[in-house]
Design a binder for this molecule. Structure first.
Ligand SMILES: Cc1ncc(COP(=O)(O)O)c(C=O)c1O
Length: 391
């Protein structure tokens, strides 16, 4: 078995990297170390690069069509990683998961409709709703000890009022939660009961930590009717560090919902497939080699999280950590320092030289919280964290 090297330092400054390229615009200084945008500073796996190179050996990059291996690789991945049997027809295309959220709002709701989110949550969830003049309904997560829980009673109260769509984040970014089967079954049940379409963003599915498993929401739903009410969004982009290839899957088992999505994407927008290189990369990713690579990646991320937690405990015990179940994006609480949120942001950027994600972009309740990206070589992560001594 090949051992992959996640310790390799790769210079991304001066490339087309968003994470390194727009620091000044976002933080007001480019003199800082980025630990924000959710891509990884690791090499995109060689078998993916090779698949793209192989395709490039053919001299024509004209209009292309799906081949059997494309769908088979998605079905194989879902089956072998999650024991989820997806049918070929269920698989549709979106260039990204955020575009897919926007497409779902467009396809299934009307102006003025209510769409529910569980804050704090990945901020483009809000934009997909508000930008299309739908109303955001909040079902905030509750902090219970070291982790966040869903407030299922509040969820039922909100759904009963006539919410048309729910955006679920499973696993949840930014609080790194891997939702349990019974919780997901309850959400699926409630959504069906109150006529609310359930859109399950599972982009972080592959990035669970040891002793946690990803539960596809569709698999947790108890009845065929509940399953038919679910739209699942998945992608190799986060897992394999290939977000720049803009290739994601939308999985819709119900024919009626599928027809509406197809009408929008095929007839209205003419975006039924993406770029051919992304499709070849996806096929290479969802493979036995991909499985081997991801398993090593997850171990490495877990080691980074454990090392970060040890380092913080030893050197900066006022930084509170949370139980980390999935994603490479831990959630940190700096309240013990006693700064206002604005003071904290300023100090982190201008005194510590760290570019973290401001917790408040994910939800207004996230006072003094920040999200950190630990998908980089461990040595570099710990070096960057030294900056916290200036807090
Ligand atoms: C929950 C979640 N959904 C979607 C995305 C981004 O999706 P895409 O780049 O495919 O639009 C992210 C990126 O961090 C995310 O965390």
């Amino acid at each position: 078995m090949k051992r992959y090297d996640f310790d390799e330092i790769i210079e991304r400054r001066g490339t087309d990297s968003l994470k390194y390229g727009i620091l000044n615009e976002i933080f007001g200084t480019s003199d800082l170390k980025p630990l924000w945008v959710a891509d990884m500073d690791f090499r995109t796996p060689d078998f993916i690069i090779e698949a793209i190179e192989k395709r490039l050996k053919h001299p024509v990059l004209g209009y292309w069509n799906y081949w059997d291996g494309y769908h088979e690789s998605i079905m194989w991945w879902a089956k072998t990683r999650y024991d989820w049997a997806i049918e070929k027809d269920w698989i549709l295309f979106s260039p990204g998961i955020v575009p897919a959220l926007g497409l779902c709002v467009m396809a299934y709701t009307q102006k003025g409709d209510d769409v529910l989110v569980q804050s704090p949550v990945y901020h483009p969830f809000y934009y997909a709703i508000e930008s299309q003049e739908r109303n955001i309904v909040y079902n905030p997560l509750k902090l219970v000890g070291e982790r966040y829980e869903m407030d299922l009673e509040d969820l039922e109260i909100k759904l009963r009022k006539g919410v048309k769509m729910m955006f679920l984040c499973n696993p949840h970014n930014p609080v790194a939660r891997c939702w349990e089967r019974d919780v997901l079954a309850r959400v699926a049940f409630l959504c069906k009961k109150y006529g609310c379409i359930l859109v399950s963003d599972e982009i972080h599915a592959d990035l669970t930590m040891p002793s946690f498993v990803h539960n596809p929401t569709h698999l947790c739903a108890q009845t065929d009717e509940e399953k038919a009410n679910i739209i699942t969004l998945m992608a190799p982009s986060k897992t394999f560090n290939m977000a720049g290839l803009a290739t994601s899957e939308v999985i819709i088992s119900d024919l009626g919902l599928r027809k509406k999505f197809i009408h929008l994407t095929h007839n209205v927008l003419h975006m039924f497939n993406g770029n051919t290189l992304g499709a070849y990369a996806l096929e290479a990713a969802y493979s036995p080699l991909g499985a081997e690579w991801v398993d090593q990646l997850r171990d490495y991320i877990w080691e980074n999280i454990s090392s970060m937690n040890d380092f913080l405990r030893a050197n900066f015990p006022m930084v509170k950590t949370f139980r980390h179940e999935a994603t490479y994006l831990p959630w940190l609480d700096f309240s013990a320092y006693g700064y206002s949120h604005e003071e904290l942001l300023h100090k982190l950027a201008f005194e510590c030289g760290l570019g973290l994600n401001d917790g408040k972009i994910f939800g207004k309740e996230a006072d003094n919280k920040m999200r950190i990206n630990v998908a980089l070589p461990k040595k570099e992560l710990l070096l960057r964290l030294e900056g916290l001594k200036h807090l």
